[in-house]
Design a protein around this ligand. Structure first.
Ligand code: SF4
Length: 176
């Protein structure tokens, strides 16, 4: 495998076309400085999210501190930010584009998004995950302020007040 060190226009076009095919509303190439971090996101993760308390395989810190998470993300140069209305579509697109980027030679390609790969999560039902290698970290657990990050790019991100509100969900593929 040849290691690439920069996403070129052809890569970008291919990944964004893949994203559209996979049902994404938007896919934009961003830089690490476009991602805003706030330690209050970690506070909301550890105490504001019912999933964290369950300490399942898909939801935990894996001993990555707030500072380490920032260092990890800032070690990348090019990041694809995905926007979807459906959480499962988003999880699937992230894993597929991550894999495509890896096969293109970006061997550190890595997704960030709370796992919703399956419509019915086995872990949520107290069973083993059939594909634990596909679980990726949640943006909030890494201290990402997703509201500020999306809005800064002109993308919608609001607190949902009703279960019928249109969902705007975001995730990232760290590419190189
Ligand atoms: S069962 Fe599916 S949704 Fe649940 S953690 Fe595993 S891959 Fe993710």
């Amino acid at each position: 495998m040849v290691q690439k060190d920069k996403v070129n226009m052809q890569d970008y076009i291919r990944y964004t076309e893949m994203a559209k095919t996979l049902g994404m509303v938007n896919a934009i190439l961003i830089k690490p400085d476009d991602i805003f971090f706030d330690i209050r996101a970690v506070l909301k993760c550890r105490w504001g999210c019912e999933d964290f308390n369950k300490q399942t395989i898909k939801c935990g810190t894996r001993n990555v501190s707030f500072e380490e998470g920032i260092r990890m993300i800032k070690s990348y140069k090019d990041i694809l930010m995905l926007h979807a209305h459906d959480v499962t579509d988003l999880s699937r697109a992230i894993i597929e584009i991550e894999r495509a980027a890896f096969l293109d030679g970006f061997y550190f390609a890595f997704g960030i998004r709370y796992c919703r790969l399956c419509k019915h999560c086995a872990v949520d039902e107290g069973k083993d995950c059939p594909t634990p290698q596909k679980i990726r970290p949640c943006d909030e657990s890494l201290g990402i302020d997703i509201y500020k990050t999306a809005r800064n790019k002109g993308l919608p991100c609001n607190v949902l007040k009703d279960k019928d509100d249109v969902q705007n969900r975001y995730g990232f593929v760290l590419i190189d």
